[in-house]
Write a protein that binds this ligand. Structure first.
Ligand code: ZN
Length: 450
């Protein structure tokens, strides 16, 4: 298991003793993890005046004015306690009384934003938001349960020539290299065909292997250097001389690359989603993995599993960032959770049936919270699930370096079934696309009364 890849076992992420892991890479992308608390804090120190997450922007708290008296006390308290702040809230950053919530906007100046609750048990007021829940869509035919719906597909990562840099690349002997960003794009294109047949307007957050962000690692060299110095690497090296170098995470090259392909890239995707695509739902497509060690001689394992993610389960140190706290409150008030959770549960059941995979169990409850009824869905504060301002369902099926998934990926796409490791299987790509499509069809058919 390469610790840097094991976001699924964050406890295993080792911080080298002398160099500093500043931003460790992980399969599931989150802004700051518990282990990196000290890093995040130090990073924040660079921007002490702003107190923002990595490449974050200053929140505009006044946009929350439009949510005044649109939520009841009980609904707000439930979403806060059971979904978003399941690990507690530090230092009274968010306080609730019967009539209102006080949310700290500036800790140093002790400034707060006050959100008034609507009295009564159920808020019947129109909730300000750009996306439409299934129930508010116009009537549709039974054969087109997704008619009128705008779905954006977000194939995780970049793939192509970027896959090695992203550490989403491994190769067994002379076989075809496995690159997550190419697999997710392939599934997205197949899924798009299926969803369009069901009546949806399908938009791509990425439809080739190029980054959405116009920035490149070289744009972040100075920032990477400052982060490293701040974290106790007084004279950071520029180049990684050996990719297996255990101290590579202390180099400007490594850190500037992560700032590019993760933080800058996902933040640009969010700008695209929020200002151009305006979807009613984003489906993020990923393939999971367990640490594979040396990418040129990876470890194949028996374990294979499935899970889906929705936004929530913020860590206390994440809540301390002004932008993350603001984004949480805005998301909560939009009630994205009320829509994304049942979609995730329905898609999860469909995917479980199609793949036969067991639910992934996070080895620790410190970063995630199990939600919903399917047993496959977790709340977690990832960049994409937080920043895309609409319901987001984030799929993590198949461990790419499991014996089974690896053999199926190598078999490529084909019609019908083929025997793989003694079992008749559909192509892994079609199975993935069919299962997500079936789940969405089921959810929207039911929600729209078709
Ligand atoms: Zn991924």
């Amino acid at each position: 298991m390469t610790k840097a890849k094991s976001s699924f076992q964050p406890a295993a992420v080792a911080i080298p003793r002398h160099s500093s892991v500043v931003i460790a890479s992980s399969f599931v992308i989150r802004v700051s993890s518990l282990l990196l608390l000290w890093v995040a804090t130090s990073f924040a120190a660079l921007y002490a005046a702003d107190n923002l997450g990595i490449l974050g922007s200053k929140p505009k708290w006044n946009v929350l004015e439009k949510y005044q008296r649109t939520i009841t006390h009980d609904e707000f308290a439930h979403l806060l306690n059971d979904v978003y702040c399941t690990h507690g809230i530090p230092d009274d950053l968010i306080k609730i009384d019967n009539e209102s919530a006080q949310i700290v906007t500036d800790r140093a100046a002790q400034k707060t934003f006050t959100l008034q609750f609507v009295p009564g048990e159920n808020s019947k007021l129109q909730i300000p938001r750009l996306w439409r829940p299934a129930k508010s869509l116009p009537p549709a035919k039974t054969s087109k349960p997704l008619a009128g719906l705008r779905i954006a597909l977000d194939p995780g990562h970049l793939g192509g020539k970027w896959a090695k840099m992203e550490e989403r690349w491994f190769q067994v002997g002379d076989s075809k290299p496995v690159t997550e960003g190419d697999l997710t794009l392939r599934v997205s294109r197949m899924l798009a065909l299926r969803l369009r047949k069901l009546g949806a307007t399908v938009l791509f957050v990425r439809n080739n292997t190029d980054p959405v962000t116009p920035k490149r690692p070289s744009d972040f060299k100075e920032l990477a250097r400052r982060i490293l110095i701040q974290n106790g690497v007084p004279r950071p090296r520029d180049e990684v001389l050996n990719p297996k170098d255990p101290e590579k995470e202390g180099t400007i090259k490594f850190q500037s690359e992560i700032l590019f392909y993760r933080y800058s890239e996902i933040r640009r995707r969010a700008v695209l989603v929020n200002t151009k695509l305006h979807p009613d739902l984003v489906v993020c497509l990923h393939f999971n993995a367990e640490g594979w060690g040396d990418p040129a001689s990876p470890t194949l394992i028996d374990e294979n599993h499935l899970h889906l993610l929705v936004n929530g389960s913020y860590l206390q140190d994440e809540l301390a960032f002004d932008d993350e706290r603001f984004e949480l409150i805005r998301r909560l008030l939009s009630r994205a959770y009320d829509e994304e959770l049942p979609i995730a549960d329905t898609v999860a059941i469909s995917m479980a049936k199609a793949t036969g995979l067991p639910p992934y169990q996070y080895p620790t409850t410190q970063t995630t919270t199990k939600v919903g009824t399917s047993g496959y869905v977790y709340a977690r504060n990832l960049l994409a699930t937080r920043l895309y301002r609409c319901p987001v369902v984030y799929c993590e099926p198949y461990v790419m370096n499991s014996q089974d998934a690896f053999a199926r990926i190598q078999a490529g796409d084909y019609e019908g079934v083929k025997e793989i490791n003694g079992v008749q299987r559909k192509s892994i790509f079609r199975e993935y696309a069919d299962a997500v499509s079936d789940g969405l069809r089921e959810y929207y058919s039911k929600a729209r009364g078709l």
